[in-house]
Design a protein around this ligand. Structure first.
Ligand code: MN
Length: 326
């Protein structure tokens, strides 16, 4: 891990003064992504997509898996990043892909085991690369270069959770460092725990007897928790468990007990994230400085973006969405 502070890694050359369009989890939905870019005034060219007024796109992670065209989404985003018309942070699906294709040091096992469940989660991506005769290794090497977080002016971009202490300790490390990659991919290391929290968020055990079924029909007794919630306030379980229906969980959650990482983030920033597959077809902010841009596209929901214009409060009228095309 390098010694730099998170504020050091603002990409100095990136000019977001013309506006930044933050795009939620794409999950291989290439035609929805093209529709969204067109809707926002971006145009395709031999050099890749760009905006005539110099706006920049910001991808919030989870480009791949689930949808049918992960390869094409990857090519489009990579080209945009390389020509300077987009930035991207890593999502948990990209992280999983790197671990899935990287062997654990001194072992024949992969950092992410090739179990049926793990293969199943990555299958659409493997199929998409195979159909295009493309080498997934090239994708993996590119993904390793993605930052876990970006701070741009008063904006913070992270896939799942802006956990200040973790982000400071990670210090801008990326998976291109082979030692860091091995540690981040090995359970029981501090690096593994930090990267998990930032890219997958905080989970908590539901009260005894409570559960929900996830989109794969798997019965779950732990739920993703809204890390941005004030732990000193009283919250019902249905308010705390994000993106899943846990109405059978009675009573209040004690967030002070859930995790010591709750609710500690700067109010001076606008923090954008994805990951939680919120429900509803009319996307809106969580609060004036937090917004989730993932509304479960590839699970039947819309693909969502937020059009940032330099404001210091998130405004509901600046969301834009593309309805599922099936
Ligand atoms: Mn996702």
């Amino acid at each position: 891990m390098k010694e730099s502070k998170p504020s050091d890694k603002v990409t100095g050359t990136l000019n977001i003064s013309k506006g930044l369009d933050l795009i939620g989890d794409v999950h291989g939905e290439f035609s929805m992504l093209e529709s969204l870019l067109l809707e926002m005034g971006y145009m395709d060219s031999p050099d890749g997509w760009g905006h005539p007024e110099g706006r920049i796109a910001g991808f919030i992670g989870d480009l791949i898996d689930r949808g049918p065209d992960s390869y094409e989404v990857y090519r489009l985003v990579r080209k945009m990043v390389e020509r300077g018309s987009a930035v991207a942070v890593m999502g948990n699906h990209e992280l999983n892909a790197v671990f899935y294709h990287t062997r654990s040091e001194g072992s024949r096992d992969y950092l992410r085991r090739h179990t049926d469940a793990n293969c199943c989660q990555h299958k659409e991506t493997l199929d998409s690369f195979r159909e295009h005769g493309a080498d997934i290794g090239e994708f993996v090497e590119w993904v390793k270069t993605l930052p876990f977080t970006l701070e741009l002016g008063n904006l913070r971009l992270v896939h799942a959770a802006w956990i200040e202490s973790d982000i400071e300790k990670l210090g801008g490390a990326t998976l291109t460092d082979p030692n860091f990659l091995q540690r981040a991919g090995s359970k029981s290391t501090e690096e593994f725990a930090m990267v998990e929290r930032v890219l997958k968020g905080i989970e908590a055990k539901l009260p005894d007897g409570s559960f929900f079924h996830d989109h794969n029909g798997v019965r779950r007794t732990k739920a993703r928790i809204g890390w941005w919630l004030d732990p000193h306030r009283k919250w019902k379980w249905s308010e705390v468990a994000i993106g899943n229906d846990v109405e059978n969980a009675a009573g209040f959650a004690n967030l002070m007990e859930v995790s010591s990482f709750m609710g500690k983030t700067g109010d001076d920033f606008l923090t954008f994230f994805g990951h939680y597959a919120l429900e509803g077809n009319r996307p809106e902010r969580i609060s004036s400085n937090f917004a989730c841009l993932d509304f479960g596209c590839a699970k039947g929901g819309p693909l969502v973006a937020y059009r940032y214009e330099g404001e210091n409060r998130i405004r509901n009228e600046q969301f834009i969405s593309i309805a599922p095309q099936k």
